[in-house]
Write a protein that binds this ligand. Structure first.
Ligand code: NHR
Ligand code: GAR
Length: 219
């Protein structure tokens, strides 16, 4: 597939950047028709910045601790992002809650991958919470970002079994395999124009999506 240099993606990270890497690989492999215009981190030591450098992608660091409050950080972050005129903003392990104004600025054009089967376990420590609840299944969800934290419409979910003796770390490793599979897939659908948000609801291939698309390890 020819690369579509017109579809601009900005990725926000805070840490390791393994989801960023999966998206970089999918762009380089031609699965995502677009380009990653920039990677922006709120933490200077995020390993994902090195991954971006290695792929020749411009990086920026915007340390939230240098701002007096959330609003001023968000305003500065918006200005940095908009320099790259993104069609899509991708949160990939980005750990700062974003203010309503920020989210509205990118309405329908910003997605997140969250490590749970939403609507279960919004927020943090999701793997431990799924184990403690005795769930049989866990996973990850790609959703459009809305002001409601982890509450936006879900496009795609990856399901993994919780196995006897799992601890949070072992379970997280299994979830990561699914994250790296479904996040590039979701970005590709949006870049191809197959998936989009229309009046707060997801359309896939021109039809309203009643339920998230589900992937399992066997797919
Ligand atoms: N912002 C909005 N408005 N809506 C969402 O759905 C968002 C969002 C910002 C980030 C990712 C989310 C996740 O996938 C995300 C979704 C950070 C926190 C958090 O509590 C919660 C959820 C998510 C990301 N952050 C702390 C804070 O005070 C800081 C935690 C830390 O630095 O380790 O911002 O889980
Ligand atoms: C991923 O598991 C992602 O789902 C989660 O952080 C990890 C980031 O890994 N996101 C959140 O918890 C958002 N609050 P990565 O940096 O290697 O992509």
């Amino acid at each position: 597939m020819p690369e579509n240099h017109d579809f601009s993606i900005v990725v926000l990270i805070s840490g390791r950047g393994s989801n960023l890497q999966a998206i970089i690989d999918a762009v380089q492999g031609g699965e995502i028709p677009g380009r990653i215009s920039a990677v922006i981190s709120n933490r200077a030591e995020a390993y994902g910045l090195e991954r971006a450098h290695a792929a020749g992608i411009p990086t920026e660091v915007l340390d939230h601790k240098r701002f007096p409050n959330r609003e001023s950080f968000d305003t500065a972050l918006m200005a940095r992002i908009d320099d790259y005129a993104p069609d899509l903003v991708v949160l990939a392990g980005f750990m700062r809650i974003l203010s309503d104004g920020f989210v509205e600025h990118y309405a329908g054009c910003m997605i997140n991958i969250h490590p749970s089967l939403l609507p279960r376990y919004r927020g943090l420590n999701t793997h431990q919470r799924a184990i403690e609840a005795g769930d049989d299944w866990h996973g990850c969800s790609v959703h459009f970002v809305t002001p409601e934290l982890d509450g936006g419409p879900v496009l795609l979910q990856g399901r993994v079994p919780i196995e006897a003796g799992d601890d949070a770390e072992r379970l997280a490793d299994r979830v990561h395999v699914m994250e790296h599979r479904i996040y590039p897939m979701a970005v590709a659908w949006i870049a191809q124009g197959r998936a989009r948000l229309v009046e707060h609801r997801i359309q896939l291939d021109g039809k309203p999506l009643a339920e998230p698309v589900i992937q399992t390890l066997d797919d």
